[in-house]
Design a protein around this ligand. Structure first.
Ligand SMILES: C[S@@+](CC[C@H](N)C(=O)[O-])C[C@H]1O[C@@H](n2cnc3c(N)ncnc32)[C@H](O)[C@@H]1O
Ligand SMILES: [Zn+2]
Length: 393
């Protein structure tokens, strides 16, 4: 049985360890069991990242794939995104480093993609010290990106971009609140919208790390997967703008476990639920501003239809982007789960699309979340969401 097999993802050829060699006797296979990690189920995250990078109109850009595994992200950015001039593909594991070098050769990219075999933090701080201009830094680790968020924020060029992937959803979404508090400095609890909370906790953390360094962030886009959250944001410099960001965009989700009431607040407010008088939780700090930048997601959609029709996950991404273009118009973006709210209200669950239509007919913004079939995002106050769930018309 071959040790390595060749596959194609996007516009690149890639050697990866043959999964058949690492399957358990019952046929089960986890990408982490191979000597170098490659997970085909994350193609959607890489396709989305390629597309988002393409929206930025880069020119002569330098990209760092700081935890590169097989090197797939770096190879794809350098091949598929106009304006990316060179990519640094780094992995601490020597087997990964050797595979990156072979994949660079296979794609005849040795002029554009350079392989490194260092700790990601050491590499990023060193490149910063050397005065290298790094336009986009991609952090795609196992589990939490928190050990690499500060170095990426510090090393990225002024006005440059950072992408973070997190797969530790239990920590980010409140089902392991102590892990969440340790890694993201947030007080968390289980809610009916765990993946949206995970997204906002990660963005809130990125924002606070940036603020500590007199920088601020502008979220551009995100992707919610079953097992991961991916965010991409711009990092700018400015202490007073960082103060303004913290005041405007970082706060808490006030959440009542008794009746499902929720809203975003900047500071701790009354612990009494305005709806049922029960005790509310303040979940956060988390990002309470917009999670998508309208022009970026609209451009990504346009590029997907025009130049990136070859992407394997095109259909899914089209649906994601259509929803996100609508989401960008909604402020604030408060998440609800229609099934949970119906059970709190002791009514039968209406069709999610009818609740969205009902809220729109009342003049509010409302849209579904891709990949979270029962969740909606709306700027309607709780009482109107309740009315639309009880009688969606
Ligand atoms: C999730 S995998 C990367 C997957 C890859 N980006 C992809 O899209 O297929 C995480 C990688 O980080 C590497 N890694 C772990 N700790 C590291 C560190 N401190 N510095 C650099 N690489 C590290 C691991 O060897 C592993 O290859
Ligand atoms: Zn309540």
């Amino acid at each position: 049985m071959e040790e390595l097999i060749e596959i194609v993802e996007g516009r690149v050829r890639l050697l990866v360890y043959n999964p058949d060699r690492f399957k358990r006797s019952d046929g089960v296979y986890e990408p982490a069991w191979a000597p170098v990690f490659y997970n085909p189920q994350m193609t959607i995250s890489r396709d989305y990242s390629v597309l988002n990078l393409a929206t930025l109109n880069l020119s002569g850009a330098v990209v760092v794939d700081a935890l590169a595994g097989s090197g797939i992200r770096a190879l794809r950015y350098c091949t598929e995104v106009v304006g990316v001039e060179s990519c640094l593909a780094n992995d601490l594991d020597t087997r990964a480093y050797n595979l990156i070098r072979r994949n660079v050769e296979l794609n005849k990219l040795s002029e554009k993609v350079k392989a490194f075999n260092e700790d990601a933090n050491v590499l990023l701080y060193r490149l910063k010290l050397l005065g290298e201009r790094l336009d986009f830094i991609d952090i795609d680790p196992y589990g939490s990106p928190s050990p690499f968020t500060r170095s990426a924020t510090w090393a990225v060029a002024r006005g440059g971009y950072v992408g973070l992937t997190a797969t530790d959803l239990a920590a980010l979404s409140g089902s392991k609140p102590w892990a969440g508090s340790r890694r993201y400095w947030a007080s968390l609890a289980v809610t009916d919208v765990p993946r949206v909370v995970a997204l906002r906790v990660l963005l809130g953390y990125a924002a606070r790390v940036a603020a500590e360094l007199d920088r601020y962030v502008e979220p551009l886009s995100y992707l919610l997967g079953r097992h991961f959250v991916r965010i991409m944001y711009r990092v700018r410099k400015g202490a007073s703008a960082a103060d303004a960001m913290l005041a405007r965009d970082v706060g808490y989700l006030r959440y009542c476990e008794h009746c499902g009431f929720r809203d975003y607040v900047g500071e701790f407010e009354s612990p009494t639920c305005p709806n049922c008088g029960g005790r509310v939780r303040h979940i956060g700090p988390l990002w309470i501003g917009s999670t998508v930048y309208g022009e970026i997601v609209a451009k990504a959609r346009e590029l997907l239809l025009r130049d990136y029709t070859y992407l394997q996950t095109r259909e899914e991404l089209l649906r994601v982007l259509e929803l996100q273009v609508a989401e960008a118009e909604i402020h604030p973006q408060v998440p609800y789960d229609v099934v949970h709210l119906s059970s709190w209200l002791k009514v039968s669950t209406p069709k999610v699309s009818r609740v969205v239509d009902c809220l729109r007919s009342l003049g509010y913004g409302s849209v579904r979340y891709y990949g979270v079939p029962t969740a909606i995002c709306t700027n309607a106050p709780y009482r109107d969401v309740v009315n639309c769930i009880k009688s969606p018309r």
